[in-house]
Write a protein that binds this ligand. Structure first.
Ligand code: G16
Length: 550
């Protein structure tokens, strides 16, 4: 690899390493944008190598920090199947980013040798980016990185949502249509046409979309066009004035359990929020008493799983449908799925884990509570649904197998996708002719609270059992257990974030007051037992009579 070594050394000079240790986390590398240039350049090198190792198939590189503040940026790689980069390569990525400048060429040579990469082998990297001001600059770094590996080209797709880029990679390698909007829109219209709305129906196609002041706002406009008269999306937080993810977007709405403050919402209006790179969606509404209602990934998963199961039954198709959740899933959502005899699996946070697990089912519906998810159809399910559709008699309106077939085409089977997920939710509501209140009323969730705690080094926290228990520091889990025991229907867990420099705390209990109380006390326990830094979270005053003693 002597020849590339020269050019790599030149590239490294242009992108010198910044101080610090960097880790390929839940969704790639994420940091303040000012430190990202050398990381993105090195990820360009790695993406190019990965493409060669995968026999020249296209791989993807996305420049985004998704829900993080606008000052941050990030990079993650997409494998040829459109999913997240294989986990085994995360360590390789972490190593390549952390070696000193003088050792980058050697590290690249080592990877090439380890995977028998031939100089003559070809490859291609698709690159997409979000709307952050730093993303343009980082695009140059990515393209430069790719150019450091001979015979690999890069193709810039401009500002696109993360799931759109994943879709393009998958579609290219599978030789399927890469017309993203047409695939979603055409299939949406076909299913919607077969689900007519009766007079007096509680369902209408009107939805207000919070675009998080990011790429999702433009996506919602495109989606509205693609779905014709069957959907009527209006967009707020479209980026023309507001700041990306600031007081808006799916992460804000889910974490704060409130609507974006800059807009007056009509009573009972059906609204949804995308996140900064449009791979998550949560729904919400304010009722006539101005009370906020959140319909998050848990509720979306139940709705979609039941819709699919009803169509399977109507089409006399026997396929197992399962739902994959994480520890963040509301206890009540898990109970509902159990009551309805829908198999459940639980994994660690990160769509890569859920995606992998969902493949254990013939149809796997996976959603994180934060709204990140999709539906995967196994080869067996795809074939059975396709055959059943072909056997249905041709009429103007699709039968259940036909509806399911076109519903399946909408799902982004590479990764969570705000636009595809919106369509899947809307079709399920349309079939039921439900308003957002009807949907919300199906299941009452346990009140919950999420908090963030700053510690000196979040990596001191180690977890097990799909992140539901802490193993290190050893005093922390006993402290959490004894707090949880004081609350009716109490549950709490903590884990280091893979995208922000914080420890996340989740708590649920029978009332909002007790859930907040438990979360605040667990946050203090984290601070005390895991090397808290800065201001200690405020210890809440005792709840007195409301506290349930065991
Ligand atoms: C990413 C991951 C999600 C994860 C989220 C938060 O989402 O893709 O699977 O739930 O980060 O992760 P953590 O709690 O580890 O910070 P996004 O939408 O920010 O790319």
């Amino acid at each position: 690899m002597a020849e590339e070594g020269h050019s790599i050394d030149g590239l490294v000079q242009g992108y010198p390493k910044k101080d610090g240790t960097f880790e390929y986390g839940t969704a790639g590398f994420r940091k303040d944008a000012e430190v990202m240039d050398f990381i993105v350049m090195r990820m360009g090198l790695l993406a190019a190598l990965r493409s060669k190792v995968c026999g020249g198939e296209v791989v993807g590189l996305v420049i985004t920090a998704s829900h993080n503040p606008v000052k941050d940026n990030g990079v993650k790689l997409v494998d040829p199947d459109g999913g997240m980069m294989a986990e085994a390569w995360e360590e390789i990525a972490t190593h390549l980013v952390n070696v000193n400048d003088g050792d980058v060429a050697g590290a690249v040579g080592d990877i090439a040798k380890r995977f028998n990469v031939d100089d003559a082998a070809t490859g291609c990297v698709y690159i997409g980016r979000d709307t952050r001001p730093s993303s343009d600059r980082l695009l140059q770094a990515a393209m430069q990185g790719v150019s450091g590996i001979p015979n690999v080209s890069s193709q810039d797709f401009g500002v696109v949502s993360t799931p759109h880029l994943h879709f393009l990679v998958r579609a290219h390698n599978l030789k399927q249509s890469s017309d993203y909007w047409n695939v979603i829109g055409e299939n949406y219209q076909l299913v919607a046409k077969s689900l007519p709305i009766s007079d007096g129906s509680a369902y209408t196609g009107d939805v207000l979309v919070d675009g998080a002041n990011g790429v999702g706002a433009g996506c919602a406009v495109q989606l509205n066009k693609a779905c014709g008269d069957y959907l009527n999306l209006s967009v707020i937080n479209d980026g023309t004035t507001g700041v990306l993810n600031l007081d808006c977007g799916a992460d804000y709405v889910k974490s704060n359990q409130r609507e974006p403050p800059n807009h007056e919402f009509l009573p009972n209006q059906r609204c949804c929020s995308f996140d900064g790179d449009a791979d998550r969606i949560v729904y919400f509404s304010k009722d006539g008493d101005n009370v906020f209602h959140l319909l998050d990934g848990d509720k979306i998963a139940v709705l979609i799983a039941e819709f699919i199961m009803e169509l399977l039954e109507a089409a006399s198709l026997h396929l197992n449908v399962g739902v994959v959740q994480t520890a963040y899933a509301n206890g009540a959502a898990t109970n509902v799925l159990e009551e309805r005899k829908i198999p459940i699996a639980c994994t660690s946070t990160g769509v890569k884990h859920l995606h992998h697990k969902a493949k254990d089912f013939e149809i796997g519906v996976y959603f994180e509570a934060n709204g990140h998810g999709t539906v995967l159809y196994s080869d067996k399910a795809t074939k059975m649904i396709t055959d059943a559709k072909a056997a249905e008699s041709e009429t103007d309106s699709l039968g259940p197998a036909g509806q399911l077939y076109h519903y399946m085409q909408i799902s982004n089977q590479a990764v969570g996708d705000s636009c595809a997920d919106l369509c899947m939710v809307e079709l399920a509501l349309r079939k039921k002719q439900w308003s957002v209140q009807d949907w919300d009323g199906q299941c009452k969730f346990l009140p919950n609270r999420m908090l963030k705690v700053k510690v000196a080094d979040r990596r001191v926290i180690k977890t097990t059992n799909a992140e539901r228990q802490v193993t290190e520091p050893s005093d922390l889990q006993p402290a959490i257990d004894s707090l949880v025991a004081e609350y009716e229907q109490g549950r709490s867990f903590v884990r280091p974030s893979g995208t922000e420099d914080v420890v996340r705390v989740y708590a649920e209990a029978n009332t909002q007051v007790t859930a907040d109380h438990l979360a605040a006390r667990v946050a203090c326990a984290v601070f005390d037992n895991a090397g808290g830094s800065g201001q200690r979270p405020q210890e809440p005053s005792p709840l007195g009579a409301k506290r349930v003693k065991h």
